[in-house]
Design a protein around this ligand. Structure first.
Ligand SMILES: CC(=O)SCCNC(=O)CCNC(=O)[C@H](O)C(C)(C)COP(=O)(O)OP(=O)(O)OC[C@H]1O[C@@H](n2cnc3c(N)ncnc32)[C@H](O)[C@@H]1OP(=O)(O)O
Ligand SMILES: O=C([O-])CC(=O)C(=O)O
Length: 371
């Protein structure tokens, strides 16, 4: 058995390709998008600028940005045919199933779906970027028995997303915290959903197929689904004084504490301080200091027991809750952001493609024969 190749379960620690889209550095707890620290982008850039940076490799100039902003504003409206499809889906379906289906439908309806070229893929990426907020906002509204809110061309991406979801203009602090979350969620190298998108792209399948698959990978609670799971944990615990018995019980039952731990960062997630600061601003805005107490107590008590630090989903979950999003909508919000990173990787994979097809080591039956 000594001549067996070494298996790296979950591809842990295995570099599989180059990327120029982002650099995750666990040693320095840093994250660069195309060379720019994510904290600087979150402080100084709109989400629209960050999307262009991820796709094009450089920050846009004023003309490029204005042109993309105009494009995004003119492609925001929920397509009536797509609305009918969404309405036909049961509200028992998870919102991630709805957004996954919506992307699949958009692909089926796009006459250029099968055209794979850098230009065609960029166009599709921009269309998805512009169209997804209306899908996500409408899906939350229909579940609440509320009607569609038409987009407004005088609002930026984040303002309009909140407008279409809640039907009123969000306070500037809320818009800013939402923008920060979009920037921080946008890209993170070869995470499971991005890798899924790259695997699908490597077969020369179209961009919509790759994004649809990526949404499926993001849904799971070990990845994007953790932002919802964090809120379920908070709801289950209730108040800070109940953290210790809840945690003792969870750990005794070998439960994973959602929103903690990371495959790459072992000493804290580079994005957490920026997202936590945004959460703190929301806590002050909504007067919910009780939530910060619960947040800090769980982080401290779990840290004392296991030395495992929060990941981005930990502050993002309660932030979205305070803004008024229903918990099952949290991971679709991650989709709206990560579609930028996925599509940047899809274009990178397509530009220097090699079919992704690793090896396995067979450990089943020896050869046998049908009697
Ligand atoms: C945006 C994102 O996708 S960030 C990730 C979001 N996911 C979550 O928050 C889900 C909870 N976290 C986890 O499940 C894990 O930390 C992962 C999947 C993110 C990373 O996992 P891996 O790198 O594979 O580490 P692995 O799961 O092997 O954990 C190593 C050890 O730490 C423990 N551990 C890691 N995370 C946690 C956690 N959140 N709660 C309890 N224990 C944990 C494991 O049980 C394991 O312990 P053991 O060695 O005694 O068996
Ligand atoms: O990098 C990962 O494995 C998960 C993650 O944090 C992300 O996708 O943002």
């Amino acid at each position: 058995m000594n001549d067996q190749p070494e298996i790296h379960k979950g591809l842990a620690g295995v570099p599989v390709d180059y990327t120029a889209v982002s650099k995750v550095n666990p040693e320095t707890n840093s994250l660069l998008y195309r060379g720019y620290p994510v904290q600087e982008l979150a402080e100084k850039c709109s989400f629209e600028e960050v999307a262009l940076l991820l796709w094009n490799g450089d920050l846009p100039n004023a003309t490029e940005l204005a042109s993309f902003v105009a494009f995004e504003r003119s492609h925001r409206r929920l397509d009536p045919g797509l609305r009918l499809v969404i309405d036909a889906l049961p509200v028992s379906a998870h919102p991630m199933d709805v957004v996954r289906t919506a992307v699949s439908i958009m692909g089926a309806n796009d006459l250029a779906s099968g055209t794979v070229s850098p230009e065609a893929d960029l166009e599709k990426a921009k269309r998805l970027f512009a169209a997804l907020p209306a899908v996500i906002a409408y899906d939350q509204r229909r579940r609440r028995g509320e009607g569609l809110v038409e987009p407004r061309d005088d609002l930026d991406y984040s303002q309009n997303f909140l407008w279409m979801t809640f039907g009123d203009e969000a306070a500037p602090e809320v818009v800013d915290a939402f923008r920060v979350s979009m920037v921080l969620y946008a890209e993170h190298s070869f995470n499971a959903s991005t890798f899924t998108a790259r695997v699908i792209t490597s077969t020369l399948a179209d961009l919509y197929s790759a994004v649809t698959g990526a949404i499926g990978a993001l849904k799971g609670p070990l990845h994007g689904g953790a932002n919802e799971a964090v809120m379920q944990t908070f709801t289950e615990i209730g108040t800070a004084d109940r953290v210790v018995p809840w945690l003792d019980d969870a750990l005794a039952n070998k439960k994973k504490i959602m929103g903690f731990g990371h495959r790459v960062y072992k000493n804290g997630d580079s994005r957490v301080p920026t997202m936590r600061a945004a959460l703190e601003r929301m806590i002050a805005h909504y007067g919910r200091e009780d939530m910060l107490e619960l947040y800090d107590t769980l982080e401290r008590e779990f840290g004392e027991r296991k030395s495992i630090k929060p990941n981005l989903d930990y502050p993002a979950g309660p932030t979205y809750h305070l803004m008024g999003f229903d918990t099952p909508t949290f991971t679709p919000l991650f989709v709206a952001s990560r579609v930028t990173g996925w599509t940047a990787h899809i274009r990178e994979q397509a530009a220097a493609n090699s079919l992704i097809r690793p090896l396995s080591v067979y450990n089943g039956h020896d050869e046998r024969h049908v009697p």
